[in-house]
Design a protein around this ligand. Structure first.
Ligand code: 13P
Ligand code: SF4
Length: 357
């Protein structure tokens, strides 16, 4: 099983300077960097693909320059379909790697290759391969938040927006499943589908911090509020949700659910798009540490925070750091990621067909 010693030292989790890198910039410097990034995107035939958890400035730039701001499934699809020869991926490393796996001929750059993810770090390829070897009869399904090498060992890759559907499909075919790395998401999927699943013991340090007891207390203060939860959260938090889903599904829920106030259990970066989608609604952060702490909710991914205006401009200027994936690993990973994309395309066609009927 994943052993704690395999997880790199906690210094990788906290790089205080990363949180202040862009905060120190003056308004003039920000404006200059925004202008330079626009120019460089054009000059380098590059498109900006950003995740919802990145800084609002980057999300705005992606939107304004014809890029995209999306969840990890849509980021993969957008990058693969877009004609630009360079993809500038603002997010965490697995997102850049997935882009490279799907489009090996494109240059994929990121503001900072140190931007990893606790799920990825906590699932080293060798230990994972040994775990898989213990269960040769199981279909291996891994979450997108993993390295290309782990994806290469998997039969299927899924993101949170499609994980339940894929596992339900496999379960209906009678396939027992080995799931990695997020134990909370795995447990949620198991409860939703009734599938036979063996779970790897990994977690997201951001979502794991949400507290069920504190959430219940906040709900008592706001009895009309609806609760939106990303399924990387622990079960006592998920159990109180009015909507559970990927980042894009949660943004949609803010517009579709009949409520004026929402308590949101996911990374605070998502508030930018939620405010944009539903400007009149009140959004509250779900509690993490609780009342006794100085910070009532500290839900922001320390690796997503490595993406800033300055680091993006530098990366575009230099054409580096560039994401590389060993070609053999990429071929194997492309198979499991491709299965997910094909499955998602078929599902979308089915939904369209049902709409026409
Ligand atoms: P989404 O696929 O829902 O965007 O999630 C990615 C992620 O890293 C959540 O922590
Ligand atoms: Fe990984 Fe969690 Fe950060 Fe998402 S929020 S990238 S799962 S550490």
């Amino acid at each position: 099983m994943s052993d704690a010693s395999a997880i790199e030292p906690s210094t990788r989790y906290f790089r205080p300077e990363a949180f202040t890198a862009d905060e120190a910039l003056s308004a003039e410097e920000r404006e200059r960097l925004r202008g330079r990034i626009r120019e460089l995107l054009h000059e380098r035939d590059a498109v900006l693909v950003a995740h919802y958890y990145t800084d609002a400035e980057l999300q705005r730039l992606a939107d304004e320059t014809g890029g995209c701001v999306a969840d990890s499934l849509e980021m993969a699809r957008f990058g693969a379909d877009h004609p630009a020869t360079t993809l500038a991926v603002a997010g965490v490393r697995f997102m850049g790697e997935t882009a490279k796996v799907l489009t090996p001929d494109k240059r994929v750059i990121m503001p900072d290759l140190e931007a990893t993810c606790s799920l990825d770090v906590g699932c080293p390829p060798d230990t994972f391969a040994a775990f898989c070897d213990q269960y040769p009869e199981r279909t291996v399904v891994v979450y997108a938040n993993t390295s290309a090498a782990v994806k290469a060992r998997a039969d299927w890759v899924v993101t949170s927006s499609i994980a339940v559907d894929v596992v339900r499909y496999l379960h209906e075919r009678g396939e027992p499943i080995l799931w990695a790395p997020d134990k909370y998401l795995g447990d949620y999927i198991r409860r939703q589908t009734g599938a036979d699943m063996v779970l790897w013991d990994g977690s997201c340090i951001v979502h794991e911090a949400f507290r069920g007891v504190e959430l219940a207390a906040l709900r008592r203060e706001h009895p009309a509020a609806k609760v939106l939860v990303h399924p990387e959260s622990p079960a006592p938090v998920i159990e109180q949700a009015d909507a559970v889903g990927s980042t894009s599904q949660l943004i949609r829920a803010v517009t579709e659910l009949d409520a004026e106030t929402f308590i949101v259990a996911t990374d605070a970066g998502i508030f930018h798009k939620m405010h944009e989608a539903a400007p009149g609604k009140t959004l509250l952060k779900a509690p993490t540490a609780g009342r006794s702490a100085t910070c009532r909710s500290c839900a922001h991914c320390p690796w997503m925070a490595l993406n800033g205006l300055r680091s993006l401009a530098t990366a575009l200027e230099a054409g580096a750091p560039e994401v590389h994936v060993d070609p053999e690993t990429a071929v194997a990973a492309r198979r499991s990621v491709g299965r997910m994309l094909d499955f998602a395309a078929q599902r979308a066609e089915q939904v369209l067909g049902e709409g026409d009927a």
